[in-house]
Design a protein around this ligand. Structure first.
Ligand code: NIG
Ligand code: FE
Length: 414
């Protein structure tokens, strides 16, 4: 099957050579090709070039005229919790009325509220609820997504979540990576027995998950009042023994040395980073660990934004992800993530798009196949509506400027 896109106003993120990630000033450069064609064969990008070198349209199975439109790689959303049950709109109203996220958690709400709901939900129902959310993010241009467990908090319920993620992987054309987040919060019965819950994670949950091959990554909520550096380190090491690589929630509310723990233990990414110290920046420099910012979480629960300018200006890479979850970010819309990064974190559109494509792909280990328009990579692309320029994407933050989404060569019904 050959698909040819013609008369494309501009193709963004065109890279002849595949790269792993971008850092510092290189993030400000977004290579593009004007007045171009793009040729797809089956699920692969076969070729691209300027229109006056465009192949003959006669031999094509499908020709898409993209006059006035922009083409870019689909978003790589490296941090989501989009498998969950019900929602938490009552807590949203509690927060409007003055309660903090922390106060709600301490009253038994928050993660424990979602865990209770999920434990009472059947696998089938959980799958159906999750399909809806996955279909929504596909329509919003996401072509690769990481999904975490962590609302189970028992062996049985964590396995239920991960099996749902596996089913989504099997049934949808979007690339999915699964992360085990048993260490999301201490269940009430283990409130005064942290050691007991960590033993359960290490001795029972991780081996069971590995046996069914249900996850690629392991995560923990490394935060004051949740999991300490030492507890997280134990979980990371236990995961490593089963081939799970760490991607960790860290520095959302406080800086307690978590970044150092993660970098030292070879984490692929450290995510949230609303609070970042100068020392953290030094530790991240030159490491393999991708810092990941979640600006729509900051937006929704009114906490500081990740200091992106300071980090990029210091030479660091940065990825952007949605954090889609029922408590702190009930949205997986990466277009809004990119817009918020530009508006609130002062990232340029070039930086934000690099952060949400190639750097996002790196932060979930799919950069060899996704994240740029490169020959041989998967043909997962967004075709926008006609735009004055791609700056309109973050500028018109409330407008749906996506016209079509192609995943692995197939035009999606959105
Ligand atoms: O990434 N911070 C930890 N976990 C999620 C939120 C969990 C929840 O409130 O349900 C996050 O923001
Ligand atoms: Fe999260």
């Amino acid at each position: 099957m050959k698909t040819l896109l013609i008369n494309i106003k501009e193709i963004l993120q065109v890279r002849e050579e595949s790269i792993d990630k971008l850092e510092g000033s290189a993030m400000g450069i977004l290579p593009k090709l004007d007045n171009a064609y793009l040729l797809i064969e089956d699920d692969i990008i076969l070729d691209y070039g300027v229109m006056n070198e465009c192949p003959n349209t006669d031999n094509m199975d499908l020709v898409i005229d993209a006059t006035g439109k922009t083409v870019l790689p689909t978003w790589a959303d490296s941090h989501t919790h989009l498998v969950y049950s019900g929602n938490r709109e009552l807590e949203f109203v509690d927060r409007i009325n003055g309660l903090s996220y922390e106060e709600i958690f301490n009253r038994g709400g928050g993660i424990l509220n979602s865990a209770k709901k999920l434990q009472e939900t059947t696998e089938e129902d959980l799958y159906k609820q999750s399909c809806k959310r996955l279909e929504e993010v596909i329509s919003q241009g996401t072509g690769a997504v990481e999904i975490k467990s962590g609302y189970g908090l028992t062996l049985e319920a964590e396995l239920k979540m991960l099996r749902v993620i596996k089913r989504l992987k099997d049934n949808y054309p979007i690339a999915i990576k699964a992360t085990f987040l048993g260490a999301h919060a201490f269940p009430t019965v283990y409130k005064d027995n942290h050691q007991g819950y960590i033993d359960l994670i290490v001795n029972e949950m991780i081996p069971a998950i590995a046996k069914e091959n249900l996850a690629e990554y392991v995560d923990a909520f490394l935060e004051t009042g949740y999991f300490s550096c030492e507890e997280t380190e134990r979980i990371i090491k236990a995961g490593q023994a089963y081939g799970l690589i760490a991607k960790v929630h860290v520095n959302q509310f406080t800086a307690i040395g978590g970044i150092e723990t993660c970098v030292k233990n070879g984490a692929l990414s450290v995510d949230h980073l609303e609070i970042v110290t100068d020392e953290d920046i030094e530790i991240l420099k030159g490491s393999i660990t991708m810092p990941v910012a979640l600006p729509t979480c900051s937006f929704f629960i009114s906490i500081p934004y990740t200091p992106a300018r300071k980090m990029i200006d210091a030479g660091l890479p940065l990825a952007l992800a949605s954090d889609s979850n029922p408590g702190t970010t009930p949205s997986g819309n990466m277009n809004f993530v990119v817009a918020t990064a530009c508006i609130k974190m002062k990232m340029t559109p070039e930086e934000a798009i690099n952060a949400a494509t190639i750097n996002g792909a790196y932060a979930m280990g799919v950069q060899k196949e996704y994240g740029s328009i490169t020959k041989g990579k998967k043909a997962s692309i967004i075709i926008t509506k006609p735009l004055h320029s791609f700056y309109e994407l973050p500028y018109a933050f409330g407008t749906n400027n996506i016209d079509q989404v192609i995943l692995n060569g197939k035009v999606q019904n959105i």
